[in-house]
Write a protein that binds this ligand. Sequence first.
Ligand SMILES: [Zn+2]
Length: 559
Amino acid sequence: MTTDARTLDTGRRRVIHPLRPGLHPLWPVLATALWIATLGNLALWRALYQYGLLQGWNGFIFATGLGTALAALLVVLLGLLAWRRTLRPALVAVLVTSAMATHFMLGYGVVIDRAMLVNVAQTHAAEAADLMTPSLLLTVSMLGLLPAWWTWRIPIATRPWLGQLRHNLLAAGAAAAVAVLALLAVFQPLSSAVREHRPLRYMVNPLNTLVAAAQVVAAQLKAAPQPLRPLGRDAAVAPPSSAHRPPLLVLVLGETARADHFGLNGYALDTTPELAVLGVVSQRQARSCGTSTAASVPCMFSHMSRTEFDGATARHESLVDVLHHAGLAVLWLDNQAGCKGVCDRVPNVNTSKLGDNALCADGECRDEVMLSDLDARIASMPADRRARGIVLVMHQMGSHGPAYYKRYSAAFKRFGPECRSAALQDCSREEVVNAYDNTIAYTDHFLAATIHWLQVKSDQADTALLYVSDHGESLGEHNLYLHGLPYAMAPDTQKHVPWITWMSPGFALRTGVTRACLQQRLDEPVSHDHYFHSVLGLLDVQTQAYRPDRDFYRACRSP
Ligand SMILES: [Zn+2]
């Protein structure tokens, strides 16, 4: 074949081209396409099998048709990239991304969509290190690196560009025809399968990653020129007076906590013994705005509801900006990867890298680190703002997975045996749940310690704490782990979050919100839609941005 090509080309162009001998590029393209359509899509095939779509004679025809269509589509894609400088990088890229996606889809039940790619892009080094498990290395080596190494090693024949263009277009055209025929043959079962099982559309490697990447780029291009819209510039609170103490409100932004694993909410195990004796009120029906930190946090701190936020094209200032405009002293303490742009314009400090602290080890710190040096941090804020009131946001590391066992110290190993691996599929479900429950027990302790700190401050300020998690978590139900599924298809465990209120007697008196009233509304639906307006209401911030109908505490506040 190589010799033919050389004779043909040299004959036509009357130039002796130093053609590099080797396999026709179509062979590695075809081999890679077949590999990815089969082994590189193990997660897809497993899901189709579990949905009962591959059984029997019809299942065999469906699998053959779908496999053929997948391979043919890959030949179209790779065939167009079959140039000397692009072919090998393209083959390696699709093999390795498909292998990585397969690992996470098989192991954790996640799917690859735009939100997941954003999560990946915002993952910091410590989180990435948690995910580097032996099983990831094994899957990526066997499914990705091994065939990638083969495609890198084999000699591939190349020809002058015009001849190559003709070959590439011919291969892509023929493959497109095969893909169309194969898709037509399985169209009916395929379309009903995708309608019935929404996750399938995000499971086809490498199309899922390509589509998600294109969506991320398109969104960035669209969002790039958007200026930040001001919000609540009219915000004001009552001027400081010697007759009243200023408010001191701590907003704890929880991480990956699911409501149904809180003893306070009726969980079978007592994961929250410390909060239980502190007179807190725990709402039982709170729902999140997103299923990941990147989706939830900006939405939670925005004045918009989830649907408004999803449809919004403009960027706005956040709740902490409005509190700052009102003249309050605002400080954002972040013990995690950052505040996703929410706190950029107010004083903020990252506590996750305070390596010299007894609470820190292996590149991260226990959440209690946010309480160290807190008095000094507060004292450094402007006195006129402090006199009006103080709001501290504490962004927890909380129950961040999959390495739950790294989130708490030995003293909080209440439940065992615990999973001590980030490869959750290597542990039993019971071990995974035990490790997760220990993270909740530690959060219970952290919240109680914060309340104790506030109790000490209660003679100088009217103190209160509001704890709400950013999203929930899957712990092996239906073979799903972690979080981040598209909102419409995510199970309730990824959206059902704790929402806990503690108020000092002074704060209750100041706002008129009584525990007894909140206790009567334990099962009333509340969500991140209410967060912005509820906080403004609790602090009595006057602004046009405030919507009383979204203030959860309003019904309990005395006029
Ligand atoms: Zn999160």
